[in-house]
Design a binder for this molecule. Structure first.
Ligand SMILES: [Zn+2]
Length: 86
């Protein structure tokens, strides 16, 4: 069955001069911070329409999974990335 599939991957580096986002624990540019609530709401709305591809079969795909994570594995003192469901 044909369908619309989203695969989004992006990395926004922490900005030492940016705004601290308490829920993320990092500083991001104010322009980015301004978009986050709307982005979250829109992604949640789209997610509500998603279905698993081949649900129940061996080749089932995780197509109802929308996540972001705070990336710290590349730091001088590497820490595990913290993944969060949207
Ligand atoms: Zn990471």
């Amino acid at each position: 069955m044909a369908g619309l599939r989203y695969q989004i991957d992006g990395f926004i580096p922490e900005d030492p001069n940016g705004v601290l986002v308490p829920s993320l624990g990092i500083k991001l540019p104010q322009t980015v911070v301004n978009h986050l609530p709307t982005l979250r709401d829109e992604l949640r709305a789209i997610k509500s329409f998603t279905r698993k591809i081949n649900e129940g079969y061996a080749n089932e795909e995780a197509t109802v999974r929308f996540t972001y994570h705070i990336c710290k594995h590349d730091e001088a003192n590497p820490q595990p990335c913290v993944e969060q469901e949207i």
